[in-house]
Design a binder for this molecule. Structure first.
Ligand SMILES: C[S@@+](CC[C@H](N)C(=O)[O-])C[C@H]1O[C@@H](n2cnc3c(N)ncnc32)[C@H](O)[C@@H]1O
Length: 362
């Protein structure tokens, strides 16, 4: 961990205070305004609608129109966007001041513990992925060489850890959520767990905590995230096998893994890609193997005001597929693909973390 300068730290701490304040105090007023509005009241009372890929745009548009009538809502969203942009405006210079230290962290070589890293120079990066500045991060996942330290010692530590952004509620601990979610895999033990779209090592480390005997494989498109994950895994002495793969085409043989994890992956892919990836998970799972998915809740599981809050990220926080994936109910997709014993539930008060589970039949 790098100690930022006083200016760097304080600038981020301010954002880490503003965001939860806005998402709790101001958002409560905005929600009250929505529910006191005669149209909003009707929408909330009759909200048992089914959402589909075809109808979500018009439904959310109507909800949004009501939300926008509230000054508190507009205020709250102004702060959300301000923090989302300012995170990088402040964190990059704060890390640049400590570049030497940060580079050492990125390049340090930890003792080998049996994991591996396989990058694929020829991988075809999908069109939907290229050029997207996810979460407004300049250059996207691979745009900044010091992104790891920037999150670890800056944005993650001072802003994200306080919650209150996207589907994450104020006070939610996004690391611990990964431990809680993966503990819901149905069996006590797993021999091999495969995470699609693993990014780095965070969710796989949570799997290791819950299933210390399991062999862990993680794949992702981003070489930077995989390299950082490999280094972090070695620092934690957790043997993880990282591979650069598209979730739709893992290259794993049929029926070779015991569990597949998709954590915060689906909302970063178009629905058609999500469905292909779930089919790929079905293919590589052994009969009797389990899948667990964590993502924002479906629109149909939250009230109209919360649906507006979730939808906002699509156009305002570098999350082009957030809404289309929230229009889906993934347990139904799991059933269609052939999974059985499917269930979905929320571990939080407002629908997040939302979990879907299924088992490949014997
Ligand atoms: C929000 S991050 C979640 C990372 C990780 N699962 C975690 O829990 O921290 C989403 C990840 O999905 C990856 N991703 C997006 N499309 C993908 C695809 N088609 N195949 C593999 N990874 C993909 C991104 O590169 C990114 O690392």
């Amino acid at each position: 961990m790098i100690n930022l300068s006083q200016r760097g730290r304080a600038g981020l701490e301010f954002l880490g205070s503003l965001q939860p304040y806005s998402s709790s105090k101001i958002r409560q007023i905005a929600k009250k305004d929505f529910n006191n509005d005669s149209d909003g009241k009707l929408m909330t009372e009759s909200h048992q609608d089914q959402f589909t890929l075809k109808n979500w745009v018009s439904k959310i548009k109507a909800y949004k129109k009501v939300a926008h009538r509230s000054l508190a809502y507009r205020h709250e969203r102004f702060y959300q966007r301000y923090v989302a942009e300012e995170n990088f405006v402040r964190a990059i210079p704060a890390i640049e001041e400590k570049r030497d230290e940060a580079e050492k962290i990125v390049h340090i070589s930890h003792k080998d513990c049996g994991g591996s890293l396989e990058l694929d120079q020829d991988i075809k990066i999908p069109e939907y992925y290229e050029g997207v500045e996810w979460h407004l991060e300049p250059g996207g996942w691979d745009g900044y060489d010091l992104a790891g330290p920037m999150f670890m010692s800056g944005i993650g530590k001072y802003v994200f850890s306080r919650g209150g952004f996207a589907a994450v509620e104020v006070g939610d601990d996004i690391r611990n959520q990964r431990v809680r979610v993966t503990s819901h895999l149905p069996k006590e033990n797993y021999n091999c767990i495969y995470e699609m779209g693993c990014g780095g090592a965070t969710t796989l480390a949570a799997c290791h905590k819950n299933y210390p005997e399991a062999k862990l494989i993680g794949s992702d498109l981003s070489p930077s995230l995989l390299k950082a994950g490999h280094n972090v895994a070695k620092a934690m002495q957790i043997p993880i096998h990282f591979k650069q793969r598209d979730a739709r085409k893992t290259g794993e043989p049929d029926e070779t893994v015991d569990a597949v994890v998709m954590y915060a992956l689906l909302h970063e892919m178009p629905v058609s890609v999500c469905i292909e990836s779930i089919k790929e998970a079905f293919r590589i799972l052994k009969p009797g193997g389990d899948i667990i998915i964590n993502d924002p809740p479906p629109f149909s599981a939250v009230d109209p005001f919360q649906a507006v809050i979730l939808d906002w990220d699509t156009e305002n926080r570098g999350e082009p597929f957030f809404s289309e994936t929230c229009s889906m109910e993934w347990d139904k997709v799991l059933n269609d693909i052939g999974f059985i014993n499917t269930k979905s539930f929320s571990l939080g008060k407002k629908g997040y973390p939302w979990v879907d589970i299924g088992t490949k039949p014997l």
